[in-house]
Design a protein around this ligand. Structure first.
Ligand SMILES: Nc1ncnc2c1ncn2[C@@H]1O[C@H](COP(=O)(O)OP(=O)(O)OP(=O)(O)O)[C@@H](O)[C@H]1O
Ligand SMILES: [Mg+2]
Length: 286
């Protein structure tokens, strides 16, 4: 079953002359991690804000679990967990006080101690949120998203601003959430994370979806069906390229048997290259 179905969605911010979302269709299946990728300003956060009912006045149809999203009351928020692009918390309250405040809004309660330990914040639980570092705020925000044992998680750039160790912990937690039956919508520019995490991805550019598939299928579609070999001959390194049809030939077999091979690479592409091809935008990653 699809958790969310989006049909012909379009949205224009008040006072803006152009559509931020310009007619998109996609489904998020139950139990999958669905990645929404695209350059800055493409409409990723806007789409998330619409899906979590923060923005009204959109055109098109959205159904959640088979019913129009607009027909749900605030009980919808019992079902979902959200982590925003900019972490929000009450800066004068401690981390635990923040979590206790938000937990009161929910019927279901996750184990705060276990979550805080998992993200490495338990020792800093009595520090004021305002005195947290950027990465600590992001982690606290992620715990907040899980407070109500949600069925669906919406994560806007979840690993952005985290060091690699904490990013890995978060990715592990997102995968576990999915493996336990949860559904995830996430946005990101970090193609490595997306490749590791997402079951399916959509590329959005200027409010339109340009491409949508599994990372594997996209790599096959955009990759070259070739094998590149470098071998040594008379002291020099000689490059050679074979198509997938060529590798069945005697020439390829004898090269592997007789030459001293230095490197072998397939022409498989990366999601980063696909991002550049599909969006026409080069990624600037630190
Ligand atoms: N509150 C707002 N009022 C008016 N226009 C907005 C508002 N928020 C976003 N926009 C516009 O909507 C478009 C999509 O913005 P959005 O924040 O969804 O992009 P994004 O894909 O999340 O980008 P980023 O990767 O930088 O977070 C942009 O043209 C942006 O200027
Ligand atoms: Mg955004």
């Amino acid at each position: 079953m699809d958790t969310l179905q989006v049909r012909g969605l379009h949205f224009t911010y008040p006072k803006s002359g152009t559509r931020a979302i310009d007619g998109i269709d996609f489904d998020i299946r139950e139990g999958e991690i669905f990645g929404f990728l695209g350059p800055s300003g493409a409409g990723k956060s806007t789409t998330q804000r619409i899906l979590i009912r923060l923005l009204q006045g959109y055109g098109g149809e959205i159904t959640y679990r088979g019913r129009p999203l607009s027909s749900y009351d605030n009980g919808f928020y019992q079902d979902i967990g959200v982590s925003f692009e900019m972490p929000i918390s009450f800066s004068k309250l401690t981390a635990l006080e923040n979590l206790a405040f938000f937990q009161r809004l929910y019927a279901q309660h996750a184990d705060v101690e276990a979550l805080m330990k998992r993200v490495g914040l338990w020792d800093d639980r009595d520090k004021k949120a305002g005195e947290y570092s950027k990465g600590m705020k992001i982690r606290l925000n992620f715990v907040r998203a899980l407070l109500n044992n949600p069925k669906v998680l919406f994560l806007d750039e979840p690993t952005n601003g985290l060091d690699p160790v904490n990013a890995n912990i978060m990715k592990e937690m997102v995968r576990e959430f999915r493996d336990a039956g949860g559904t995830v919508f996430l946005t990101s520019h970090i193609m490595g994370d997306v490749d590791e995490l997402c079951d399916r991805v959509a590329f959005i550019v200027d409010g339109r979806i340009r491409e949508m598939d599994t990372p594997r299928s996209l790599k096959i579609k955009y990759g070259k069906r070739t094998v590149r070999v470098e071998y040594r001959e008379d002291g020099a390194v000689v490059p050679a390229e074979f198509t997938f049809d060529d590798i069945r030939t005697e020439r390829f077999a004898s090269l592997l048997q007789e030459k001293e091979i230095e490197t072998i690479h397939s022409g498989e592409t990366t999601l980063e290259d696909i991002f550049i091809k599909v969006t026409g935008v080069r990624l600037h990653e630190e």
